[in-house]
Design a protein around this ligand. Structure first.
Ligand code: GAL
Length: 368
C-alpha cells in the first residue's frame, strides 16, 4: 500500500517531507499563489559544501494547503555547457517567481554569480515559462539599471566619479562593518554605466500589478528598490536606494494596511544574525528602520530564531494572515538546510514574529 504523508501543522526547523518522503529541497525560496495552488520555488541543494553551488537548479513544489507539498521537479536547470551563464557550479540563489497578467508568463528572477568567480559578479538572472512548474527558459542576466541614477539622490551625486574618487574607492576595504567607512556616494556612481551590483533579492508585486525587484547592492551595503517594466523582464530605470551603509541582506517585502514592510538581515554570510524591520508609507518613499521584529524571550530572538528571511507569504482566504519564511542554513551539508515558517502577528500595526515549536493555519482568523 502506498504511504501517503499528510501534514496538519508546521514544525519550524524539523525535517519537512514532500509527497515522496524526501526533505523539501527549495532553499532561499519564494511562493507564488496561482489558480488555487501555491508553488514553492527554491535553490535545490546537494550534500556537503558542494551544495552551496548550483549543481542542479531551481526546484518547484506545489500545494493546496501549505502543509503537503508535491514534488514538481526542477523548474530551471543549470546548464552542462560550461560557457553558459548559468553553468552547473555557478551560484544561483534566492529565486522568486511572479505571474505577469499582461503577458501570461511566469517570470523568475534570481541572484547569479558566474561559475568560478566567487561572489564577484553580483548579477541578476531572469527566466520565463508558460507554466508555473516550468520548464523555465533562461533569458538573460544583467546588472540592474545601467545608465540610470537613483531617484532619491541629489544632483551633486548624479555625476561620474572624479579621478580622486576613483582612487579613494580602490583603497577602501568594503565589507560588513567596513574599514574605514562606507562610501555612501561612490559605488552606485562607479556602476552607473555597467549597471548596479545585485546579490540577495526578492520580488514584490503591488496591488496595481507593478512589480519591484529589491536587492542588496553597492557591495551589499545598500538596498535598492527597482521598478520592473510591465512584462517584468527588465528594470524600468526608476529605482531608489535605501539605508546606505546598513548592510541589509535577505530582503522580504509585505504590504499591510497601505504600509510597506521589509524584513532583512545583517550581512554575516550563512550565520544568522538579528533581523531588521523597515517600514514606509509608499514604496518609493522614506524608509525607516524600526528594530527587530522577532519578539519573545530567549537568545533566539537576537538571531532571528536561527534563520535568515527569504519571503513573506500572504495566506489566501484569511484576513491579515502572513507567514514569515526563513532559512536555517547548513553550509557544511547544504541539502539539510531547514525551513523556519512562523505566523506574523501585528502589534500596534507593526508585524512581529514569535517562536512556536508547532502551529497551524487555525492561528489566523478566517477571512470574510
Ligand atoms: C548570505 C546570503 C545567502 C548566501 C550567503 C553566502 O548572506 O543571504 O543568500 O549568499 O550569504 O555566504
Amino acid at each position: 500500500m502506498e504511504l501517503k504523508i499528510v501534514m496538519k501543522s508546521f514544525k519550524p526547523g524539523e525535517l519537512w517531507l514532500d509527497d515522496n518522503g524526501v526533505h523539501l529541497n527549495a532553499h532561499g525560496g519564494g511562493i507564488l499563489f496561482h489558480q488555487g495552488k501555491y508553488f514553492w520555488y527554491g535553490e535545490h541543494k546537494i550534500e556537503g559544501q558542494a551544495g552551496n553551488k548550483a549543481m542542479v537548479g531551481v526546484h518547484v513544489y506545489s500545494s493546496k494547503n501549505l502543509y503537503d507539498w508535491k514534488d514538481e521537479g526542477i523548474a530551471l536547470e543549470v546548464s552542462e555547457n560550461q560557457t553558459n551563464e548559468i553553468a552547473k557550479g555557478c551560484i544561483l540563489e534566492r529565486p522568486k517567481v511572479v505571474f505577469c497578467e499582461k503577458t501570461n508568463k511566469f517570470v523568475m528572477w534570481f541572484h547569479l554569480e558566474y561559475r568560478e568567480t566567487g561572489y564577484q559578479t553580483a548579477r541578476s538572472g531572469i527566466a520565463v515559462s508558460d507554466s508555473p512548474t516550468g520548464s523555465f527558459e533562461f533569458v538573460r542576466s544583467l546588472r540592474p539599471n545601467a545608465g540610470f541614477y537613483p531617484q532619491n539622490v541629489s544632483d551633486d551625486w548624479k555625476k561620474p566619479l572624479t579621478e580622486k574618487e576613483t582612487e579613494d574607492l580602490k583603497t577602501l576595504n568594503i565589507g560588513g562593518g567596513s574599514v574605514p567607512y562606507y562610501p555612501k556616494n561612490l559605488i552606485f556612481r562607479r556602476d552607473f554605466t555597467e549597471g548596479q551590483m545585485a546579490r540577495d533579492m526578492t520580488l514584490f508585486v503591488d496591488d496595481d500589478r507593478t512589480a519591484y525587484h529589491i536587492y542588496s547592492s553597492e557591495s551589499n551595503g545598500t538596498l535598492h528598490i527597482a521598478e520592473l517594466t510591465e512584462d517584468y523582464l527588465f528594470h524600468s530605470g526608476r529605482f531608489i536606494r535605501i539605508m546606505p551603509g546598513r548592510y541589509n541582506e535577505a530582503p522580504a517585502m509585505m504590504k499591510h494596511n497601505g504600509r510597506y514592510f521589509i524584513f532583512a538581515s545583517d550581512c554575516t554570510g550563512w550565520a544568522p544574525n538579528t533581523m531588521r524591520l523597515l517600514v514606509s508609507d509608499s514604496i518609493f518613499g522614506e524608509w525607516e528602520e524600526v528594530g527587530n521584529p522577532c519578539q519573545g524571550t530567549g537568545s533566539q530572538v537576537a538571531n532571528s530564531f536561527e534563520s535568515q528571511p527569504t519571503f513573506i507569504l500572504p495566506v489566501q482566504g484569511k484576513t491579515d494572515a502572513f507567514i514569515y519564511l526563513g532559512d536555517r542554513w547548513r553550509p557544511n551539508h547544504a541539502i539539510d538546510g531547514r525551513y523556519i515558517w512562523l505566523p506574523i502577528q501585528f502589534r500596534h500595526g507593526f508585524p512581529i514574529i514569535e517562536w512556536f515549536d508547532e502551529w497551524d493555519l487555525s492561528f489566523f482568523k478566517v477571512g470574510s
